[in-house]
Design a protein around this ligand. Structure first.
Ligand code: ZN
Length: 605
């Protein structure tokens, strides 16, 4: 079978086709074609600058990251651990193709095909509530149950770090159910739900803490290890904000994208990185102007924050290994954490840019896409600097705009008010505010004495919007199930409607810069105002109307079918330091029977 246009096709799939597919699963050839959309890319990172202690610590951190893969697979679906084990035993060539694509997705659903099942005997699509809620619970049931709880219990039930379980099931597993309670459900802390894995990961983090000479890394690792066991992440989130070390690590429960019901529950992820000292220093210069940009955001001045928190740190790093929620489907290019608004309020947030991942994506995916979607002249304006700078601006501007808001007399925040729509709105806000911010800096480079930090000439301005147009095609190919994709479709349609993106008869596009500048301001105004007012209805209207694939876009995407969608990272340096036992970068977790009763097991394989 030829590689189909998955984004377009999925719109016409009737349920019976999905069911048939999930009964037999994809064929070997289909699986190989699906996997081929991820260009295998070795990630090699030079470690010569690391101290001997850090080098030893790194081995432990790589091992801890691999445990995060195990937890994440559990979080995605209750059937995942057994299925994964089964796939590893299947040595047929079909079995290998299945295992390979399973590993890319960390589950039996193809993320870039709207989570359609590619293996037999599994639900046709990833459950919307993943494994954060009981399998048989409905969204309405959760809401009804929630209504009957006390405010404290409600907070717990909606918390980042609890799963909801059937009371009967939970009391069997954890023995902590309140037998007298009349409610059928229970909020179980992650520290209980993933006790075995978190105990092993915590002990590896403590070992690493004992090996590194860097105090801020030591502190983060020790407090994070404690958080794994206590379920209280606050102190370690604060320590992560202060982490300033050559070994830059992020490990824990963070993003809530996989809770497609409410966006309440955090999935585990890990990134083990080496800091790029020079780039970090250069980019920190841009962060200096955040307050200036906040003061000039295109919103009602009453919604601007006249005093942003302390300047937020930026790290530019090269990724050594990523795991869990940080390593499935389309690879993370940059992230902005933590998500806990209490920490963000006090310390701001930290941006980590994975430069080697971004360069790999730019080369393997973006340039080929640009060659097919842009007019000849526009193509000349696509470059890695603009791409990298806009991703930086995206990350920077997550930290500005409305975070603590008032709805009526109630103190609240946009995440809480916009619920499952928040991620799509916030991602779009960061894209558009990023464009706005860079344009602002270019327009005011003389007053601000930007010097050589940012190219500001006409060509640089053109390159900014054109490269953004090219990268929007790259993101739209991921489908609309994902917050980035839906937010990007909304932006694309908005900018088309305003004449900023210009279609040509031959199917290519270019940019009208002047219209783009104004349209970006207007769109930014709309998005920031939705967040400032916590306006769920307005967010829904905007996403329903604009977060769709229109025919002209569908045709453009159809021309990209055979190009890779993303990279499949091969963690060469991680494998060299701490080899996993499997082929093709597939990591094999210990079998459950080996794990039982081995609490102190701190090294695997
Ligand atoms: Zn973002």
């Amino acid at each position: 079978m030829r590689v189909r246009c998955w984004v377009a096709l999925i719109l016409f799939l009737v349920p019976s086709v999905l069911e048939a597919q999930s009964r037999t699963g994809a064929s070997q050839m289909q699986l190989e074609q699906m996997a081929n959309r991820f260009a295998p890319t070795p990630l090699r990172v030079g470690l010569s600058s690391l101290s001997p202690g850090d080098r030893q610590a790194l081995v432990k951190l790589i091992q801890a990251a691999r445990i995060i893969d195990e937890i994440f697979m559990k979080q995605l679906w209750s059937g995942n651990p057994t299925l994964y084990q089964h796939l590893q035993k299947d040595t047929s060539s079909l079995g290998e193709a299945r295992l390979h694509y399973f590993w890319i997705n960390k589950g039996p659903w193809s993320e870039i095909d709207e989570y359609k099942a590619f293996l037999p005997g599994v639900p046709g699509r990833k459950p919307l509530g993943a494994n954060f809620y009981p399998e048989k619970m409905t969204k309405q049931e959760f809401e009804r149950w929630l209504d009957g709880l006390s405010p404290i219990e409600q907070e717990n039930a909606k918390g980042f770090f609890t799963v909801i379980r059937d009371k009967a099931q939970a009391s069997k597993l954890h023995g902590n159910a309140d037998e007298n309670s009349a409610t059928p459900f229970l909020a179980v802390p992650y520290s209980d739900e993933y006790k075995d894995e978190l105990t092993r990961a915590a002990s590896l983090l403590r070992e690493a803490a004992g090996l590194t000479e860097n105090d801020s890394l030591k502190k983060f690792l020790e407090t994070r290890a404690a958080a794994f066991l206590s379920n209280d992440y606050y102190e370690s989130d604060m320590a992560w904000m202060e982490l300033d070390a050559p070994l830059d690590i992020t490990i824990g429960p963070y993003e809530t994208y996989n809770d497609e019901w409410f966006g309440y529950k955090a999935a585990f992820e890990a990134y083990v990185n080496l800091r790029d000292e020079q780039e970090s220093a250069k980019l920190a210069v841009l962060a200096k102007y955040l307050q200036e940009i906040e003061n000039n955001l295109p919103i009602d001045p009453q919604y601007r924050n006249s005093k942003l928190g302390a300047a937020a740190p930026i790290r530019v790093v090269d990724e050594i290994i990523s795991a869990g929620d940080g390593a499935h489907g389309v690879q993370t290019a940059a992230y902005n954490l933590p998500n806990d608004d209490r920490v963000v309020q006090q310390k701001g947030s930290k941006r980590v840019m994975l430069k080697n991942v971004q360069e790999a994506k730019f080369r393997a995916v973006l340039l080929p896409i640009a060659r097919r979607t842009l007019s000849r002249n526009a193509m000349l304006d696509v470059n890695f600097d603009s791409f990298f700078t806009h991703i930086l601006a995206h990350e920077l501007t997550h930290g500005i705009g409305p975070h603590q808001i008032k709805v009526g007399d109630r103190e609240t925040n946009p995440r809480f008010e916009l619920k499952e729509l928040y991620s799509a709105i916030e991602e779009a806000k960061a894209d558009v505010t990023g464009l706005f911010a860079l344009q602002y800096l270019m327009d005011h480079s003389k007053e601000l004495k930007l010097g050589n930090t940012l190219p500001t000439d006409e060509a640089a301005q053109r390159q900014l919007y054109v490269t953004f147009l090219a990268s929007s095609f790259r993101e739209l190919r991921f489908g609309l199930h994902d917050a980035h994709g839906k937010g990007m479709a909304m932006q694309f349609n908005y900018l088309m409607d305003k004449g900023a993106f210009v279609p040509h008869g031959d199917g290519t596009f270019s940019v009208d810069e002047n219209k783009a500048k104004n349209a970006v301001r207007e769109l930014d105004h709309d998005l920031l105002t939705i967040e400032a007012e916590g306006d769920y209805a307005a967010a829904k209207k905007m996403l329903d109307e604009l977060g769709v694939v229109r025919p002209i876009l569908k045709r453009a995407l159809a021309r990209l079918q055979d190009l890779p969608t993303d990279i499949e990272p091969i963690f060469v340096t991680a494998e060299e330091l701490a080899p996993s036992t499997s082929a093709q970068g597939v990591v094999t977790p210990p079998r459950p029977e080996n794990r039982k009763g081995s609490k102190s097991r701190s090294t695997r394989r």
